[in-house]
Design a protein around this ligand. Structure first.
Ligand code: PBG
Length: 333
């Protein structure tokens, strides 16, 4: 006899959790390989170090290796890559960013040749190419917004000309999407898609990327252009503006610490929404997994599901290839 008269539950939600088959029938969210974009770092200098100490499993590839990697990803069913260029020389005006024969432009050609069906995204920014490490042109110690637009537009056009399907402006200059859309259209690239890093936060989660790209600003920080992590409404304004300026897809970045921003954006806007699970998010998981403290695959599956549940359509993640492998690949098609 029990001490209390405990009523039987009126509702039994556990009924739908009895087996994996039943759970799968009522599952609300999935994170498929077809939603993922793999970032690739491509180095111009073949003698530069390949390994990135803070990002185990990710390497700085040569242009040829980028092609091979793209082919492998495509074979595993990963639909897209986003390319970041690591030029052998940097200068104040980021000439390597918009050079026809620049490292990213060459990488785009290499990937297109090796994996014709893969969708190619190119990051449009100046910070990997400037000697001062800022995302725009520096004038009198400040980042000159309008002077940067011309260079960003030239960068995007050169990437489209090399064969990029999508350009992804990430410099957080005001008016960058409008500038790039106008330049692309005038150059005859009206079908080139713009994925705008719309709500890009000034985040410590980019640390490992900046090690990989040697792109930390040599003075100051990025807080005069990347947005304050404390503000949600401002993210929605950024997204609204980028859509007005002609963005086809808008992005929130980083992902895991900004799921509320993704959710709010999903509720307010009908455009496709991307999330970037950035370098620091990858490194945190890798580091804990290497120590045996967490189950890497389970953590990655759970976080990707959470990012999708929050509202993302596509996810840029350094784990894309791992996920494709864990799921058993998809030997093309
Ligand atoms: C270029 C750019 C950065 C990232 C994507 N594009 C670096 C930055 O803004 O400092 C970060 C991506 C990552 O951390 O994985 N501006």
């Amino acid at each position: 006899m029990s001490e209390f008269k405990i009523p039987a539950p009126k509702q039994r939600l556990r009924r739908l959790r009895q087996s994996e088959a039943i759970r799968s029938l009522v599952r609300e969210t999935s994170a498929e390989v077809s939603h993922l974009v793999q970032p690739l770092f491509v180095r111009e200098d073949g003698t530069a170090p390949a390994d990135i100490p803070s990002m185990p499993g990710i390497r700085r590839l040569t242009v040829d290796e980028a092609g091979q990697e793209a082919k492998e990803l495509s074979g595993l069913g990963v639909p897209a890559v986003i390319l970041f260029g690591l030029p052998s020389e940097k200068d104040p005006l980021a000439r390597g960013a918009y050079d026809e024969g620049g490292v990213v432009q060459e990488a785009i050609r290499s990937v297109r040749h090796a994996a014709p069906d893969l969708t190619i995204l190119a990051d449009v920014c100046l910070c990997e190419y400037t000697d001062h490490g800022h995302c725009g042109v520096v004038r009198d110690g400040k980042i000159d917004n309008d002077a940067s637009l011309e260079l960003l537009a030239r960068t995007a056009v050169s990437q489209a000309a090399a064969g990029a399907d999508m350009v992804a402006p990430s410099a957080m200059m005001d008016g960058q999407v409008a500038a790039i859309r106008a330049a692309l259209d005038q150059a005859g690239f009206e079908d080139t898609i713009i994925l705008a890093y719309a709500a890009k936060h000034a985040s410590a989660f980019y640390g490992p990327f900046r090690e990989a790209a040697d792109s930390s600003p040599v003075f100051g920080d990025r807080r005069s252009y990347q947005k304050d992590p404390a503000n949600l409404r401002e993210s929605l304004r950024e997204i609204a503006l980028d859509l007005e300026e002609g963005a086809d897809i808008v992005m929130v970045k980083p992902a895991l610490a900004y799921l509320d921003v993704l959710r709010a954006a999903r509720e307010r806007f009908d455009a496709p929404l991307a999330a970037y699970a950035v370098s620091g998010e990858y490194s945190l998981i890798k580091a804990a997994a290497e120590r045996g403290w967490v189950d890497e695959r389970a953590i990655v599956e759970e976080t990707l599901t959470a990012i999708r549940r929050a509202g993302a359509d596509l996810i840029l993640t350094y784990h894309a290839k791992d996920v494709a492998r864990w799921r058993g690949g998809n030997a093309h098609g």
